[in-house]
Ligand binder design. Structure first.
Ligand code: GAP
Length: 507
């Protein structure tokens, strides 16, 4: 991973790399794209699959207390009534009547411009790394333009959910710079609606799931009844979720179709939930380190008690330092018995289980670690991307772009390069090694261009190792050059050693 003290990668450079090398494309690009939707190209699909596989292996297969499921994306609409999503899965929305732009009220900031205790107007700015600075700058501009004498007070930013009714008409729209066009915030439900069957009336309304979690709650009884689990145990799932985000942004960070990896860990009602919650926060952090995210980019944010939902006992987010600021990567919530009780109430099907020790029934409580695959994907690229000057053996310096991805998640694990493509014996040997590697690992064969250029192409997509087949390989002991991406060191090893290295590092 790149040095944490080095300057943050720019999103422009990263988006350009993703497009250039086939990690991520704008969805439906040939039609001009569709906001908030993305496609993953050949390397992106591999990287995503590796993230999913690592999570599934570590979360489900390598543990005895967690099972996996795959529930449907469209569920009975009552699921979403029970979960509270129909009534409450809303974001506060503000419209600009002139520009037709829409803003999330909690991401649109404003401030009074006060000079010598007198309000001379309002300024606004969209949430960003330097919102307060932007508002202060706008306030200074306003004072200058209005030629008001006196001392400008430091701005006190508030978001639009905090605006008093009489202030709304005075706050300028970020789109036009003029006041009078913003509407008061109103609730906007983020679930995508559809209709199931031939009728398109109220009776056929259904939703694309906004989270995978409800699949685990709705299937809780079925999993318990099929008898594979005993408390404490977890049910995990990976799958697509859909949210009609008002302002999808920051590339794949907040999109309208994304993928979640969620796990519901059911515990006894009398269990020490705080201890279990902490254990899961630690597990999630360790897992992020195991796939190569640097500890220096991670932090924790504990939600203040007063902002928690009434049923929630505590939520801690693992935050990641993205180029656009420190943002939520993984939420770990202690949700009590709320979800199961809600489903019991709405479905009429008891969700309590029998406790052998006390000979009575109770509803388990739950700890829920919920993370987005796309956010991990982006975090890995942000932390791994570096541009550096390198000097070759002849003393020439050039720039290389390198993605320092962990071997666990790198889309290509090893590239096989015959030194020369017009020497059939080199090519045949390289091809044989490549075919053998490919049975177990994502390998890439490249024979075109100077060897240095071929190394650079692999550096840029994060391939941890290149092996170069040369004359020594065929004329001497069969060893080849192993070139390591980060150190660029070259050593000679044989096939057995290469497989042992891969076996150890790719798991
Ligand atoms: N079941 C709980 C739940 O869904 P959440 O905090 O709304 O909680 C969990 O979502 C995770 O899903 C987030 O931490 C984030 O990683 C990811 N996520 C949520 N909304 C997203 C979006 N619009 N685009 C990409 N990832 C998103």
């Amino acid at each position: 991973m790149s040095d944490p003290s080095s300057p943050a990668v720019s999103m422009e450079a990263l988006v350009a790399l993703c497009k250039r090398r086939g990690f991520v494309f704008q969805s439906s690009e040939i039609y001009g794209g569709i906001n908030g939707f993305f496609d993953f190209g050949p390397l992106g699909a591999e990287l995503k699959k590796n993230i999913r596989d690592c999570w599934w292996n570590d979360m489900v297969r390598r543990r005895d207390d967690i099972v996996g499921i795959e529930s449907s994306i469209i569920m009975h609409p009552k699921v979403w009534e029970a979960s509270g999503h129909v009534a409450g899965f809303t974001d506060p929305l503000v419209d600009c009547k002139v520009s037709k732009q829409r803003y999330r009220a909690d991401q649109l900031f404003f401030a009074e411009v006060v000079v010598d205790g007198r309000t001379i107007g309002y300024v606004s700015a969209l949430e960003g790394e330097r919102t307060a600075d932007a508002l202060q700058g706008a306030a200074e501009d306003m004072k200058r333009k209005k030629a008001v004498q006196g001392k400008l007070e430091a701005v006190r930013p508030r978001d639009m959910t905090e605006a008093r009714p009489e202030e709304i008409a005075l706050i300028p729209s970020p789109a036009t710079g003029e006041p009078g066009s913003l509407t008061p915030p109103r609730s906007f439900n983020m679930m995508f609606q559809t209709n199931v069957g031939a009728l398109t009336d109220a009776s056929s309304v259904a939703y694309l799931r906004p989270e995978t979690a409800q699949g685990m709650f709705a299937d809780f009884k079925s999993v318990v009844d099929t008898g594979r689990v005993k408390l404490p145990f977890g049910i995990a799932q990976i799958g697509k979720s859909f949210r009609n985000e008002i302002t999808p942004r920051n590339f794949i960070f907040r999109s309208r179709e994304f993928e979640q990896m969620e796990m519901e860990y059911f515990i006894h009602e009398d269990a020490d939930w705080a201890k279990c919650h902490r254990e899961w926060i630690n597990w999630c952090k360790d897992w992020l380190l195991s796939i190569g995210l640097p500890a220096s980019h991670l932090s924790e944010y504990e939600h203040p008690r007063e902002k928690l939902a009434f049923y929630s006992r505590g939520t801690t987010d693992i935050m990641f330092r993205y180029p656009f600021g420190v943002q939520e990567l993984w939420g770990i919530a202690a949700r009590g018995d709320y979800d199961l009780k809600q489903h019991e109430k709405h479905s009429g099907v008891p969700q309590a289980i029998f406790d052998e020790a006390t000979k009575r029934k109770f509803t388990p409580h739950v700890i829920e670690p919920a993370v987005g695959v796309d956010r991990i994907f982006l975090a890995l690229l942000c932390a791994g991307y570096a541009e550096e000057d390198v000097t070759d053996e002849k003393g020439n310096t050039e720039k290389r772009t390198v993605l320092r991805l962990s071997p666990r998640i790198a889309p290509v694990k090893v590239a096989v390069l015959p030194l020369l493509k017009n020497k059939p014996e080199l090519v045949a040997r390289a091809d044989a090694i490549y075919r053998r590697l490919k049975r177990r690992y994502a390998a890439f064969y490249d024979e075109s261009g100077a060897i240095g250029r071929r190394y650079r192409r692999q550096d840029e997509i994060g391939t941890p190792w290149c092996v170069t087949i040369d004359f020594e390989t065929i004329e001497k002991d069969g060893t080849f050059t192993l070139r390591e991406r980060d150190s660029m060191k070259q050593t000679r090893i044989g096939e057995a050693e290469l497989f042992a290295l891969l076996e150890e590092k790719v798991y």
